[in-house]
Design a protein around this ligand. Sequence first.
Ligand code: AMP
Ligand code: ZN
Length: 479
Amino acid sequence: MPEIQLHNTLSGKVEPFVPQKPGEVRIYTCGPTVYDYAHIGNYRTFVFQDILRRFLKLRGFKLHHVMNLTDVDDRIIANAAAAGKNIRDYTEKFAQAFFDDCKMLSIEAPEQWVRATDHIDDMVQLIQRLQEKTFTYPSEGSIYYRIAKFPNYGKLSKIDLSGIQAGARVDNDRYEKESARDFALWKAPKPGEHFWETAIGPGRPGWHIECSAMAMKYLGETLDIHTGGIDLAFPHHENEIAQSEAATGKPFARYWLHAEHLLVEGEKMSKSLGNFFTLRDLFAKGYKPSALRFALASVPYRKQLNFTFDGLKQATNSVERLRNFADRLKQAKFPAGKQDGMAARIAKAAEEFDAGLSDDLNTARALAAVFDLVREANIAMDKGEFRQGDVAAVQNFLATFDRVFAVLEDNDAEKLRALGYGSVTGGLTDAEIDKLVAERNAAKKKRDFATADRIRKELADRGIILEDAKDGSVRWKRK
Ligand code: AMP
Ligand code: ZN
């Protein structure tokens, strides 16, 4: 099997992936900031992380993957105070929605979930270590990190520090490269906002110290992989490195993987542009969880993903094609024996699928291997050349594919019902329904009853009923 290659933001190169301890991988992922519902851009990054963990598991690695819920940050503290709620009450709804969304998208739970609010003591202790090593200074009740004392500052995001004035400070958790300055490890209490009484004084942690403290507590001082969206590389991850490495004197994370951002119809997603979508928005329009997962997973993580409704419809069709094929394999009866060359063809697809994912998680390449085989096998079936003796090998390959992509199980309607959506209605235009009905007729003509039945079920799931008329034509109506 080929070596796994991953792009490391730290080196700026694609490198062979070798964990510290053979067979085991320690991963930390910055989880959602639970101040609102997460959007499809966030899930782009979470699906990429899921593909990473599933592929590593497929390759036999034992994982210890820690993901946090950022339940302390500027926006949460301010919003909770404005709503007159404590932090847990304010964030609970969004945390729960996040867990539900992950189930919808078949994003596996990491080995460990951690919350910032449960680790204030660990953060305080880490700040104390930095104080002892004189990487900090106090100012007006807050504690700042002195970046001039850490010569490697900027090594991840490659920022130029020459213009930065020593001693200039930034208090916001999130800021741009242009405002790189000494950042707050600990923030003085603000009137009306939540704070903790601690050994380093009253206040609350800055966002960056949270992840350093939680990652090292559970994964040790040097992690194998740290992941997040590209916007986190600066300042968040740069600051995590500065804090952790100053405290321990050891490399903090060996591989940094960052997903490029999702755009909507070519533009940055924003509420003011009206192109901002949560999962709930898309499900309410009739789109399926599996289609969204497929759409998010199909573009390699280092490419910007341009989300469009056309793309989502294509993803819906791609998932259907795969499920139809899996059903056809299960239900159709093929002549006994093996087709000449088919075993080798399947082995080649499996090899190419693995090679694609080993190539810095090139999901597009891996999917091409799957769809090429599906097309060829379907043609062989239509011609009556496909044989029963090849069924198991194709099914094995599909099972391997699905351990990573997780879209084959026909459970969208169930998932949506669990979330309170009655059925997957809407989404389909009359022309699309006509097209599906025509596809079903064509399948019936070819005696591909598995596909015909699947299309009938698909339409029924979406509230569309088929009626066979006496003259042999088929009519449809909405329930
Ligand atoms: P946050 O809740 O803002 O901390 O973000 C959660 C994750 O989503 C982080 O890894 C972000 O980098 C990532 N993220 C935010 N916006 C986008 C986007 N438009 N596309 C892809 N990932 C994003
Ligand atoms: Zn983080």
